[in-house]
Ligand binder design. Structure first.
Ligand SMILES: CCCCCCCCCCCCCCCCC(=O)SCCNC(=O)CCNC(=O)[C@H](O)C(C)(C)COP(=O)(O)OP(=O)(O)OC[C@H]1O[C@@H](n2cnc3c(N)ncnc32)[C@H](O)[C@@H]1OP(=O)(O)O
Ligand SMILES: CCCCCCCC/C=C\CCCCCCCC(=O)OC[C@@H](O)COP(=O)(O)O
Length: 279
């Protein structure tokens, strides 16, 4: 029986105290633990923000204008992680007409750079699996994200051909990661050609975006995630007017070359050394 004036601590409370002491200690001592906590919080926070976004977006139904709401809700995350984003080339975004944005894809952290500069009425093309990422998937769907099934090339191509028509009909811009997958290796994978077919089919310009390497503050393999700085460059538009499907390979190659050169320059790498996948 508990006596007046004394306090007994139950086993559960002891465990809680231990956890409250150990977690901050581990967080400071172990870079791996810190990385895991930061990534778990990143995903968890986005899922939670999506809970907020869903009812607001649902008022309008599925609509590309909802992307502004997602952008507004996600913009602060860079501050939580101490990531400085320096953007140059804003003037290259001053086109009124639709265009296709292509950018390099290093990690899920690209979302921060993307939200920093995302133009109005611009939707990303994403793998279909993202649609099933709980609340985040629903928020993406409501904001008009275009989902493609990477396992079914024909399906993916027909979704992208439809996107070419939607771009023109509804004045929409599309953001594509032409590497087609995340690339943690500090270089750029060969480009898939979907984005370039899309631009040629719609006869709209391509705007290449380059985000500098995260190597100084983030490395998935080494499980390292600290504060840091990322440079984002919006490059001048590349016209596609008059080009046909036969010119797509050359177009894709020349855009990739330009992006790789900028990537190496921004990331402080010697040119030519890191192109492990010249096509
Ligand atoms: C507040 C809360 C918020 C919560 C939510 C937060 C999120 C907010 C929103 C942000 C979301 C961001 C999401 C980012 C997600 C990023 C990704 O998912 S990246 C992965 C998906 N994207 C891509 O894969 C795009 C790039 N891929 C391609 O372009 C591919 O080419 C493909 C169209 C997918 C097809 O790929 P594959 O099946 O591998 O086949 P290929 O060999 O590439 O192509 C075969 C053949 O077909 C030609 N081709 C390709 N596209 C077309 C086309 N549109 N029209 C005609 N022909 C086409 C291609 O050129 C090949 O022929 P070739 O002769 O060999 O050249
Ligand atoms: C009830 C189900 C709960 C599911 C929980 C899922 C947790 C996901 C939580 C939040 C989503 C964060 C959205 C981040 C958007 C960035 C997406 C991204 O970068 O996708 C990677 C894709 O480009 C390429 O994928 P692969 O590298 O080929 O693989």
């Amino acid at each position: 029986m508990q006596q007046a004036g004394t306090m007994e601590i139950s086993v559960g409370q002891w465990i809680l105290i231990l956890v409250l002491i150990l977690v901050p200690l581990l967080y400071e001592w172990s870079a791996t633990f810190k990385y895991l906590c930061k990534m778990a919080f990143y995903n968890g926070w986005i899922l939670l923000l999506a809970v907020l976004a869903i009812p607001i977006c649902a008022v309008r139904g599925r609509n590309v204008e909802n992307m502004r709401i997602l952008r507004f809700l996600l913009l602060h995350i860079k501050y939580l992680y101490g990531i400085k984003i320096e953007v140059r080339g804003w003037e290259n975004f001053s086109l009124k007409e639709p265009y296709v944005v292509v950018s390099n894809h290093q990690s899920e952290l690209d979302l921060l750079g993307m939200m920093e500069i995302l133009p109005n009425r611009c939707v990303p093309i994403a793998k279909r699996e993202l649609m099933y990422a709980g609340t985040a998937g629903l928020a993406c769907w409501l904001a008009g994200v275009i989902f493609i099934n990477r396992k079914k090339t024909d399906d993916a191509i027909s979704v992208m051909s439809e996107a070419a028509q939607t771009m023109l009909r509804e004045d929409v811009r599309v953001w594509v990661f032409p590497e087609g997958t995340r690339n943690h290796d500090g270089s750029m994978l060969p480009f898939k050609r979907g984005a370039f077919h899309l631009a040629v089919q719609a006869q709209v310009p391509i705007i290449p975006i380059v985000m500098s390497s995260y190597k100084d503050f983030y490395n998935k393999k080494e499980r390292r995630f600290t504060t840091g700085k990322c440079m984002v460059r919006i490059l001048p538009k590349v016209e596609t007017r008059g080009l046909g499907p036969d010119e797509v390979p050359e177009l894709a190659d020349s855009v990739r070359k330009m992006m790789l050169a900028t990537f190496l320059e921004l990331s402080g790498e010697p040119s030519q050394s890191r192109d492990t996948c010249s096509q």
